[in-house]
Design a protein around this ligand. Sequence first.
Ligand code: GLC
Ligand code: CA
Length: 562
Amino acid sequence: MKKKWWQEAVVYEIYCKSFCDSNGDGIGDLQGVISKLPMLKELGVNCIWFTPIYTSPQVDNGYDVADYRNIDPAYGTIEDFKKLLDLAHGMGIRVIMDMVLNHSSDEHPWFRESRKSKDNPYRNYYIWQPPKEDGSEPNNWGSYFREGNGSAWEYDELTGEYYFHQYAIKMPDLNWEYEPLRREIYDMLHWWIDLGVDGFRLDVFTRFKKPAGFPDTKKAPNPQLDRNGFVVDTSMCTNIDGIHEIVQELYREVFGPRDCMTVGEGAEVTYQNALDYVCASRKELDMVYHFELASRARYSISAEFFRNVQKNWAGVMAHNAWPVQFMSNHDTARQVSCYGCDSEEYRKISAKLLAALIHTTPGTPFIYQGEEIGMVNVKYDSIEDYNCCYTKGDYHSMVALGASPKEALDALAPRSRDNARTPYQWDDSENAGFTTGKPWLKVNPKYAKINLAEDRDSKDSIFAFYQKLTRMRREDPAIIDGDLQFLLEDHEDLIVYLRRCARQTLLVVANLSGKTVPFPVPEALKENLWERRLTNREDTQSSLDTGRDLLPWELEIYELAR
Ligand code: GLC
Ligand code: CA
């Protein structure tokens, strides 16, 4: 069947603030991205996902939007954006926007109006509730960012009511029950499509719907993190009854008629409920970006875990749905530090192995900036150097409970979102070539050794390996059309799978461990002739021919010879 463009795409996620600064103010910007479009083209990506670049007070680095129809002045102007869009399109690169529609900034004009009086026309754009009789918060829900007293409700003196915020205090939730608000959102989405964007990533869309009456959660507080009896319970507002009606209306009003690509951020979406959103006949979304393989909470991935996730999603795919593949993004730690090995010896090798797994399993791969040069986690000495709201909120909760600053930092650093947000490491000049000024977030001190210039000059370049993978996606039919069959299904360390379509059979062999592991080559494979197409260790011979052990983090891709 003819594929849609986004099924054949390689998506590259740009965190603009940290990508490339063109004017020395320490903040990445659109002109910076424009200057790097040729590099993205060389890498072989054909779709950019911009995390939010709209006007924003930057409480959550742009996920707090103050004007949905404008570009933040720190990033440039709408004219810069149009230029970028034209240039990208001219190079065959599509652009999708991150739409943050669960909440806005409290500096959005809608909210400024909303808080003015109970009968303001914008009052119902947001979620307001009176205090309980004793003046306290309407219920016991905690906010994800655990600021203030920990509650997801903030009291507003002017009207004597509380407004609801699942995230930061300065990020009030929008009220999707209110039709005029929905209309404004649809108009705004059409406006971006008219401007030429190719689709949307929908931020935390599974949380648009809130339960009637806002009942207390019965969940017990997490003594480490929850404060003052306010409990973070994702189940209260995630994937609850009524969410599908909202997404279906979005489809009817915008996505369907405009045929734009949509990928929803699938907080709490699993292979079991995914089809409710992405089965084509439901008319909701094209793809859901789920966290079953990689997430902020996952410290490692075993071969068995990898197989299970992929098998489950192959099952979803059988019902006319299309998976996504990724191992890191702007909300996670660096994939090579978590799931590979970031030591000098194995960093490049394991970065390539992870890349190959993502690019050779079924679905659309999403690359996060820096992954293609093997950027690694950072550890700052002081909480002052951190920016991420989760890290800061959790740090203060832990210290309030008696943890020492060092204990709290040691515990939180490996998972901080800032690991992914340090400036892109272009070369070994000051500030990694990211800026001539003072970077908004400290550059990872490892930049002297880990940077794009070094990588591209080296014999074992990760970037060059990604180029081979993106080329395979364009040229090898089994990458997109092939089915998925695992071999050695009980193996503790090895991941072995076939991708087969009418025209081609590929075989992927990966040692997902830091040990040398004997490779019991399955008999069925020995009957055929296999040509080795790709390896992350140029110094080895085909393991299928020789039956030799697989080295730590070794990866090979074979093609069945005809
Ligand atoms: C999503 C974004 C994250 C943001 C949150 C609130 O999870 O990816 O960066 O903080 O939504 O908008
Ligand atoms: Ca700048």
